[in-house]
Design a protein. Structure first.
Length: 341
C-alpha cells in the first residue's frame, strides 16, 4: 500500500489545519504514510511536497490558513488532468489522495477519480453551499466574524442615526448573510436566492425611522444583483472565469440614501471572514472530517466526499456533492424575514 497524499486547494478557510492534523494523526494510528502536497493542485503538478508526521501537525489545530499552502491553479485548466499529476504521484509513492476544497476543487477531484486516481474529498468552504453535507467547516467561523461585526456596527449606527450596510461573502449563495443577519438582529437581509425590491426595503426603513428607530442594519450578500439603475461596470474575473464579487453594498447604499436621505455607510468584511483561528465547532468538525477521510482512504474507497449528516460522518458520492450549489432554503429565509423592518 502506497502513501496517502493530502492537499488543500482553492480559497483558504478556518479549519484547514485541523483537517490536516486529523488526517495525519489517524494515518499514524493506522500505520499509513502521509505526504503533504504544497500549494494545492500547483504543487501536485510541479512536485512540491513535504513529509507529514505527528511533529509536523503539533500545535496547528487552532491556527488559521493552511500549513500546506493553497493556490487557484487547476489540473484541467492549467494542465492535462491526471497526466500532469502522475510524475509527482509516482515519485512520492502516492496511490490515494485526500483533497480538501470547495465545489470547484471537488469537481476537478472527481474528474481525476474518473481517470483512475483514488480520491477522497473533504468539503471546505465558508460559503456552506456544497450539497450532500449538512454543513461545511469554516462556515461557523465566518458567521461568528460577521455577527461580531454587526454587533459593533449596530452600536455606532444607533449613536449616529445611520443606516449601516454590511456586505458579507458567500459568492452566489446567502448562507453567511442569512445566519449572521439573524444572529446580529439585522433589519434587512438581501441574498441572491430571493429577489428583493429596493422600493420595499426603502419603505420599511422609512417606516422604521418614523416609529422612532433612527438607525438600521442591512446585511447584503456579495452575490446579489444591484438595485435597478445602480449597475456598474462588470467585475474582473478570476483564473477560472468566475466574476470577482464584492462592492454591491455601495450600490445598495446609494439607492437607499438617494431615496430616503438617511445617512448610509458601508462596511465590506471581505477576507477577514476567511482568516484567523477557527471557532470550536469548526475545529471539531474539521478534525472529524480529516479522521473519516483517512479511514476511507485506507479502506480503498474512492470518488467520495466525507459528509456530516446529523452527528454522523458518512461517505457521499462525489457526483452528488458536485451536482449543484446548495442554496438557502425558503423556510430559513422566511424565519429571517419575520424581523425585517
Amino acid at each position: 500500500m502506497g502513501a496517502i497524499g493530502v492537499l488543500t486547494a482553492g480559497g483558504d478557510c478556518p479549519g484547514l489545519n485541523a483537517v490536516i492534523r486529523g488526517v495525519v494523526s489517524r494515518a499514524i494510528e493506522l500505520d499509513a504514510e502521509v505526504v503533504g502536497i504544497r500549494d494545492g493542485w500547483e504543487g501536485l503538478m510541479h512536485d512540491r511536497t513535504m513529509p507529514l508526521d505527528r511533529e509536523s501537525v503539533r500545535g496547528i489545530l487552532a491556527r488559521g490558513g493552511t500549513i500546506l499552502g493553497t493556490s487557484r491553479m487547476d489540473p484541467y485548466i492549467h494542465g492535462d488532468g491526471l497526466a500532469s499529476c502522475n510524475p509527482t504521484l509516482r515519485r512520492n509513492g502516492i496511490d490515494r489522495l485526500i483533497v480538501v476544497g470547495g465545489d470547484g476543487t471537488l469537481r476537478s477531484a472527481m474528474r481525476l477519480a474518473d481517470e483512475g486516481l483514488n480520491i477522497i474529498g473533504v468539503p471546505k468552504t465558508i460559503d456552506n453551499d456544497i450539497p450532500g453535507t449538512d454543513t461545511t467547516f469554516g462556515f461557523a467561523t465566518a458567521v461568528q466574524v460577521a455577527t461580531d461585526a454587526i454587533d459593533r456596527l449596530t452600536t455606532t449606527a444607533e449613536a449616529h442615526n445611520r443606516v449601516m450596510i454590511v456586505e458579507v461573502m458567500g459568492r452566489t449563495q446567502g448562507w453567511i448573510a442569512t445566519y449572521a443577519g439573524i444572529a446580529g438582529g439585522a433589519d434587512f437581509i438581501l441574498v441572491p436566492e430571493f429577489a428583493y425590491d429596493i422600493a420595499e426595503v426603502v419603505d420599511k426603513l422609512r417606516s422604521r425611522h418614523r416609529s422612532g428607530h433612527h438607525y438600521s442594519i442591512v446585511v447584503v450578500a456579495e452575490g446579489i444583483e444591484p438595485p435597478p439603475g445602480y449597475r456598474t461596470a462588470a467585475n474582473k474575473k478570476d483564473a477560472f472565469g468566475f466574476e470577482r464579487l464584492g462592492g454591491v453594498a455601495y450600490q445598495v447604499a446609494s439607492a437607499i440614501e438617494d431615496q430616503t436621505s438617511f445617512e448610509t455607510r458601508v462596511t465590506i468584511l471581505g477576507h477577514i471572514q476567511r482568516g484567523g483561528s477557527p471557532v470550536a465547532s469548526d475545529r471539531v468538525l474539521a478534525t472529524r472530517l480529516g479522521v473519516k477521510a483517512t479511514d476511507l482512504a485506507v479502506s480503498g474507497a474512492t470518488n467520495v466526499m466525507v459528509a456530516v449528516r446529523g452527528t454522523t460522518m458518512v461517505a457521499c458520492p462525489m457526483e452528488e456533492a458536485t451536482a449543484s450549489i446548495r442554496a438557502v432554503p425558503p423556510d430559513l429565509y422566511d424565519s429571517a424575514a419575520t424581523f425585517f423592518g
